[in-house]
Design a protein around this ligand. Structure first.
Ligand code: ADP
Length: 740
């Protein structure tokens, strides 16, 4: 083992640009500086390294201030032919050594990471050659005898094996989903069919997920060509049936690299011709192109990239150049590292399988969740459900939304309704949450009742915070009996969960409650048991980030401190994650508490910062961080004590956090969870079992937890889970927010 090198760190962005690269850059620079390591940004990717000179610039703390909200990469990116040759790499090595750099963070796609790996392997011979030429001293050659590298994957296509999400993919999905929502409304006005082409030469991730999130009616992917030889007829049949059922528009999504089973490209133009010929419809093509790459990064791309950049530097500092190079990614909702070249090889294997027409292998390499989502989409795009099988028992499944509204509730109800009906069962929709269950406000839903529900915020069923008590139980039992329900799905927040538990506990007194029950977590606060993520929280985070961007813009002229209050009840998820995503310098959580001493220290730190020329301070406070030190109190305290050095403004974001159309992530997860809930209720009812459970996403996977375990998992006083995975991220906020 060699000792860790002591050289400076260089960071570059390379290949295609991706929103979120700036957040990663900021985190790399600030983590390095906070660890006392010199850090250089290398402008224009490998080209900058080959060119040298002022393309390599030492970064200070403030060099990366105020950049997270910008798309693209502020240090530029390029494709560089010269770096593909040894001569170019020799120049690059010389320029790095001029600045004492022997550790690199490379943010790019598989090409960029392959280049980095080659460079690292060649490094000793490049150094020897430079020393022999006299371009570097023998001492420099000895001091920087090896190059350490670490990779982060920047690519909007999400086409890399080794991370669940690449930097930029979530933002691209936002762009596409917004476009689909917008095109949907104009298309519906004219009863048009739209063919939308999205990026993805070898990877159908954007096409598939945007089809799910944007409720498209047909999709073409590179890795899963249509099964039917005559795909034209198969597609036209489904779209024509949709029209007959009353759909006002049809949407077909085509991935750039879509193909048929024989490997012939299926272009958006070809799809348009087919539809026009066969359906005699007004068909328009929209190629979304570079719009997908641009614009402000989503909340997810900001917080994930921040964590990745931070972890990349920590990894470089903890490893030795002998260690196998790693790529830092997100696996099952946690930051992980994996061997870089093994990931590159796997990534390329998908493209190779597609080229060899081995589509089964391509789908297998994409992983189980991709295949599962494809299957769900196949059902949802149907216009008419499969008829029940002869003699099949038709189950009656109730569905309600409870608790505070959360974006994604409608998406979940839509998916549950269609997937259950398609399997020959009956959905009984219950209005107004538990109130509707008490009062018998029920309605049998058919396929088209949930038309258009995939993309809308709020709850179309209506929701309430009621938890049953006293005489309510007998009333609920009457509703369940009158409707002859075989299973119950509660989509919602704490009130829905508690209601389910209360029913469960009274099974002995009310036999009607002895039916399969499942709760699906939907709460912007992300405070429910049995799931690391709740539907609605991602949308709320995006709403917060958007508003904070505007708030920051408003502070250009004055020295100003903002105290921003976000929701969450006693749960600090929104506060902490929005702090990571906005670069707030301080977050106040109920979990940690707030003391007068804390406020005093924060004030001193801000005073020092503003005296040093700083113009903006952003503090995020959870609404229940402390009952006495309210947002207004804190703002008044800081303003008074600033003695005119800076102004303080408070911004209480309020209910805008609960509204808005669900984000693509919330739509996709809502659909995925609803599908499993329907499977669960049907399996239970068919077996005559009556388990009551909570569904959730744990470690990136869907997990069921027994409802009886709920009290053990919860801190009931504060309505939040006892264990909250995200709390360990808090030190990163502090590390990146303030020097020293
Ligand atoms: P991406 O990183 O997005 O896959 P590219 O494949 O275009 O994008 O790679 C970006 C840059 O990385 C290239 O222009 C080149 O400078 C460098 N690069 C890519 N592949 C190699 C390689 N095999 N050897 C050396 N450098 C490479």
């Amino acid at each position: 083992m060699t000792e860790p090198t002591g050289g400076a760190i260089g960071v570059l962005t390379s290949g295609g640009d991706a929103p979120g690269m700036n957040a990663a850059l900021r985190a790399v620079v600030r983590t390095a500086l906070s660890r006392g390591v010199k850090v250089f940004a290398i402008y224009e990717g490998y080209q900058g390294m080959v060119d040298g000179g002022d393309r390599l610039r030492a970064m200070a703390w403030d060099s990366v201030g105020g950049i997270m909200q910008h798309g693209g990469t502020i240090i530029g990116t390029a494709r560089c032919a010269a770096f593909r040759n040894r001569e170019g790499r020799l120049q690059a090595a010389r320029h790095l050594l001029e600045q004492g750099i022997d550790r690199l963070v490379v943010i790019g796609g598989d090409g960029s990471l392959t280049g980095a790996n080659l460079f690292r392997q060649e490094w000793p011979s490049l150094i020897a050659e430079l020393a022999a030429q006299g371009a570097i001293t023998a001492e420099a050659a000895a001091r920087h005898s090896q190059l350490a590298i670490v990779g982060l994957v920047g690519s909007i296509d999400n086409d890399f094996t080794g991370t669940d999400m690449t930097i930029g993919a979530d933002t691209a999905l936002h762009r596409i989903t917004t476009a689909l929502d917008q095109i949907g409304s104009t298309a519906a006005s004219h009863q048009r069919t739209f063919v939308i082409e999205v990026m993805g030469r070898h990877c159908g991730y954007l096409a598939l997920m945007s089809a799910l999130a944007g409720t498209a009616h047909w999709v073409f992917l590179p890795e899963h060509p249509p099964e039917a030889e005559d795909w034209e007829a198969a597609m036209c049949e489904v779209l024509a049936a949709g029209r007959a059922a009353g759909r006002r528009h049809s949407t077909v999504i085509v991935a750039e690299g879509a193909r048929d089973r024989n490997g012939n490209p299926i272009t958006s133009e070809r799809v348009r011709q087919v539809l026009e010929e066969h359906l005699k419809e007004d068909v328009r093509v929209s190629i979304l192109g570079h719009i997908q790459r641009g614009g402000a990064p989503s909340a997810f791309d900001r917080w994930m990239s921040t964590l990745l950049g931070h972890a990349a530097v920590e990894h470089l500092l903890a490893s030795t150049p002998d260690d196998e190079p790693q790529v830092i990614g997100l696996r099952y909702n946690r930051i992980t590292h994996q061997p870089l070249m093994a990931c590159v090889t796997q990534t390329r294997a998908v493209a190779e399988a597609i080229a060899a027409h081995d589509y089964e292998r391509a789908m297998e390499l994409r992983g189980g969740s991709f295949t599962e989502q494809y299957r769900i989409l196949q059902t949802l795009i149907q216009t008419v459900p499969h008829p029940p099988r002869p003699g099949q028992r038709r189950l009656r499944l109730g569905v309600l939304t409870g608790g505070a509204p959360a974006p994604g509730m409608n998406t979940a109800v839509r998916a549950a309704t269609r997937l259950a009906i398609d399997r020959g069962h009956v959905i009984v929709a219950i209005n107004n949450g538990v109130d509707g269950l008490i009062e018998g406000q029920t309605q049998e839903f058919d396929w088209m009742n949930v038309h258009g529900w995939g993309s809308t915020g709020g709850s179309n069923l209506g929701t309430s915070r009621t938890v049953p008590a006293g005489a309510d139980f007998a009333a609920i039992a009457r509703t369940l009996e009158a409707e002859r329900l075989d299973g119950l799905l509660l989509v919602g927040g704490w009130a829905a969960y508690q209601s389910a538990l209360e029913l469960y506990r009274r099974r002995a007194a009310h036999p009607a409650f002895d039916l399969p029950i499942i709760c699906l977590p939907a709460s912007i606060s992300n405070n429910l048991p049995g799931s690391e993520l709740c539907i609605g929280a991602d949308t709320a985070l995006n709403s917060i980030v958007e508003v904070v961007d505007k708030i920051k813009n408003s502070a250009v002229a004055a020295r100003r401190c903002f105290v921003v209050e976000v929701m969450g009840g006693h749960c600090g998820y929104l506060a902490l994650m929005s702090s990571l995503a906005t670069g707030a310098e301080r977050v106040y959580l109920n979990e940690e508490g707030v003391t007068l001493r804390d406020l005093q220290e924060d004030l001193e730190r801000m005073t020092a910062g503003f005296s040093d020329g700083r113009r903006l301070s952003l503090l995020i406070r959870n609404e229940r961080a402390n009952p006495f030190y309210t947002t207004a109190f804190m703002a008044a305290l800081f303003e008074q004590e600033s003695q005119g050095l800076f102004e303080v403004r408070q911004a209480i974001l309020g209910h805008l956090q609960q509204g808005g159309d669900p984000s693509p992530f919330d739509r996709i997860q809502a659909t995925r969870l609803a599908a499993r809930c329907v499977d669960f209720l049907i399996d239970q009812a068919e077996q005559g079992a009556t388990t009551a459970a909570l569904i959730g996403i744990v470690g990136g996977r869907i997990k069921l937890t027994d409802l009886v375990d709920m009290p053990d998992l919860m801190d009931a006083e504060h309505i939040r889970p006892k264990e909250q995975w995200w709390q360990e991220l808090q030190p990163v906020v502090q590390r990146l927010a303030q020097p020293g």
